[in-house]
Design a protein around this ligand. Structure first.
Ligand code: ADP
Ligand code: MG
Length: 698
């Protein structure tokens, strides 16, 4: 077996391949496009396309595709082969610069939230040269943005790139104020920790809820769950280890820096974290990672569940989005520095993030909204739906001293005067303990923990980047005109601390008392569900901020509102229909079969032992028969509730009725089904139980 450095990135047309396969002039010109966004000359594009194609064909590729990220949340691809007929009856392999730069998928079936009427079905894809092309299966995949004909973004990558640009613009203004002229770019860096479940494929196939919805809609608590805490960081079982090994290989070949893997809290739950990368590459890589997890699982007779809540009563899966700001000169702007000046700069960036998160709590909540994630947020296993920031006691104390101009005890020099004192070193362990906070400072980065495991990380980072860009803009506007920069800086920082300290919370985010304090005393927003938060995307303050930074147009925002709510409604409708179907065609018949056998056992017993009361059988038959009646009735009520949705005027209303009525009726139906499961002999139950699924992989 080859050593990892030998095959790492072997399926990627990365810088090593570009250098090896392009002429010096073409390579240089391409780099100007990659590094500075310079326009690509068609001659250069042709040369790059040809070299890419030769490389891809040598690696077994027959097709190419523009690989993009529509609003479905998964990636899309449409393959074209390289073949072109030659006069002698054969074919040659061709790929032009034009095909590399732009594609035209017929995109009429992707969600656009009304952005593109179907008669204007064409969209186009445009190469993102900052993310390397790669080979997946036998196809050369070219990472692209996806737009409509008037330039409207139909995907998640376009606004992400725009948000990175907005952040760069404003962060550079701040750096210039600190006298920094060398930095040319400020880049958000992201390391997403991905959680997932693995279940046996055979069992998965037998559960229609898992197949249709990605989560279990029924299932009684197993005798053993996660209460022993014996799974977290536990020894990895052989089948899972084989999966992880295979997955790492696949990811490494794709140039993805898979780094950390371990078992998570729930049985059958695991995590994978890569080494962090530039925001848009981290996003591409996370999409690929999710795809590879599913593909590799299938090879091992497993299914990878990325749903946020596959099982009731055990922890769901999230995705921690570690985020920092790096300069092209290699400095992390969220890392406290060595000199007082660096520390003043650090404090300003830190405070800018605090201000951003406070001012745009709603956008961060909206960015992670989905039917699946609603099960987690606030369910005492994931951060609550209330956004707050954890800074750690030490940093919070320093900010407190700045606010009141008071001495900071652990510094002998007395008052923390920006630009004068050296801040104390932050020990990582004092900043990294609280896992209940939605947004935690962890030494040199922020960890946004509200993302669901199935979410694309694009949305959260678009909102975070843009909110921070706006906050930096406000700071830069105030500082650029200042006569005494240092005094103005003190003022800006102190003012942010005063105005935004309500968002800082270092306590236990799972505590009910916190939610009360947050909402009643501090006035923080609490949007428990998707229908609660998504309408606020169109609040004027949000629209004007996002359009001012040119990250979204108003029409693009309306489309995101529509698509997010449509997705929510469709997801839950499918779940409800699946429940009705399973209850009627699997669960009731199973109960019925068991009832009949129990009743005939009683009859047989009575024939043998006249006068036998058959108390066990009679009790069971009566209990189960009552449950079957209840199930049948509640299935009908749920069905009615779903049918009732068809008459509603708009998607906003539909999402509210789903939240208030349909979800409730789903719970009503589930309850007698789960109870019946605990009473019915195992061999009658029509699908694998929670115990089977959670402990079935060895
Ligand atoms: P933990 O579970 O303790 O939070 P992990 O090692 O699972 O830590 O994940 C931490 C993630 O944070 C990794 O993806 C890592 O690469 C990423 N990370 C580390 N430093 C930075 C940084 N400066 N900016 C962004 N992400 C970072
Ligand atoms: Mg981790």
């Amino acid at each position: 077996m080859a050593a990892v450095p030998e095959y790492f990135g072997s399926r990627v047309f990365d810088d090593r391949e570009m250098k090896a396969n392009l002429s010096a002039g073409v390579y240089k010109s391409l780099h100007r496009t990659i590094d500075q966004g310079a326009k690509l000359d068609i001659g250069v594009a042709n040369a790059v396309a040809n070299a890419m194609k030769d490389w891809a064909v040598a690696h077994g590729a027959t097709h190419f595709t523009h690989w993009f990220q529509p609003l479905t949340g998964v990636t899309a691809e449409k393959h074209d082969s390289f073949i072109s007929p030659s006069p002698d009856g054969g074919v040659i392999m061709e790929f032009s610069g034009k095909e590399l730069i732009q594609g035209e998928p017929d995109a009429s079936s992707f969600p656009s939230g009304g952005l593109r009427a179907t008669f204007e079905a064409r969209g186009y894809t445009a190469w993102d040269p900052t993310s390397y092309a790669f080979i997946k299966d036998r196809t050369l995949c070219i990472p692209t943005a996806f737009c409509g004909y008037n330039g409207e973004a139909l995907d998640k990558k376009t606004p992400l790139l725009r948000s990175m640009e907005a952040l760069n613009r404003q962060a550079l203004r701040i750096l210039r104020l600190f006298g920094n002229q060398d930095v040319k770019r400020v880049i958000p860096c992201v390391g997403p920790e991905q959680e997932y479940f693995l279940v046996d494929a055979g069992m998965y196939e037998r559960r229609r809820d898992l197949r249709f919805t990605g989560r279990t809609l029924f299932g009684a608590r197993p005798p053993k769950g996660q209460e022993m805490d014996d799974h977290y960081f536990g020894a990895i079982k052989p089948r899972v280890a084989a999966f992880m090994e295979d997955l790492n290989d696949e990811l490494w070949k794709l140039g993805i820096l898979a780094k950390t893997q371990h078992n998570e809290v729930a049985p059958a739950q695991h995590e994978l974290a890569p080494i962090y990368a530039t925001n848009n590459i981290a996003t591409d890589h996370n999409q690929l990672t999710m795809e590879m997890m599913q593909k590799v699982a299938a090879r091992h007779g497993l299914v990878c569940l990325l749903h946020e809540k596959p099982f009731a009563g055990v922890n769901g899966s999230g995705k921690h989005n570690n985020w920092s700001l790096a300069t092209d000169t290699g400095i992390n702007l969220l890392s406290p520095g060595e000199t007082p000046y660096e520390n003043a700069q650090f404090l300003l960036f830190l405070c800018a993030v605090i201000q951003a998160v406070d001012d745009y709590q709603d956008l961060l909540r909206i960015a992670v909204a989905s039917a699946g994630n609603d099960h987690r947020l606030g369910a005492n296993e994931a951060p609550p739906a209330v956004v707050s920031i954890f800074l750690g006691d030490e940093l919070a104390a320093i900010l407190g001293c700045i606010e009141y101009d008071a001495p900071y005890t652990s510094i002998d020099t007395g008052k923390v005067r920006l630009g004068v004192d050296v801040l104390p070193k932050f020990r990582r362990d004092t900043t990294d303990r609280n896992r209940t906070s939605p947004f935690a400072f962890t030494g040199n980065k922020f960890e946004f923990r509200m993302l669901g495991s199935a979410n694309s990380i694009a949305c959260a980072n678009i909102m975070l980047n843009t909110a921070v860009a706006e906050s930096l803009r406000v700071c830069a506007d105030r500082l650029e005109g200042a006569e005494d920069f240092e005094a103005a800086l003190q003022d800006v920082i102190r003012q942010i601390i005063q105005d935004h300290k309500g968002i800082i919370f270092n306590g236990n985010g799972y505590d009910d008392a916190w939610i009360r304090e947050a909402t009643e005393k501090r006035g923080l927003l609490n949007y428990p569900t998707t229908p609660d938060c998504v309408p606020h995307l169109l609040d004027e303050k949000n629209v004007s901020m996002l359009t001012a930074h040119k990250v979204y147009s108003r029409a693009e925002l309306v489309s995101r509102y529509e698509v997010t709510l449509e997705n929510y409604c469709k997801t839950i409708r499918i779940e409800a229909n699946t429940m009705v179907d399973m209850a009627r065609t699997e669960i009731i018949p199973a109960i019925q079969a068991f009832l009949l056998d129990t009743a005939s056992a009683a009859a047989a017993k009575k024939a043998l032992l006249p006068g036998c009361p058959c108390a066990y059988e009679t009790g069971l038959v009566s209990q189960l028969s009552g449950l079957a009646d209840q199930i049948s009735l509640r299935a009908a009520q749920l069905e009615q509730a779903v049918l009732g949705l068809d008459g509603l005027e708009d998607i906003g209303k539909e999402s509210q009725v789903i939240r208030d009525e349909v979800l409730d009726k789903m719970n009503q139906l589930r309850q007698p089904c789960d109870e019946a499961e605990t009473l019915t002999a195992r061999k009658y139950w029509p699908f694998p139980t929670y115990g089977d699924l959670l402990f079935g992989v060895r």
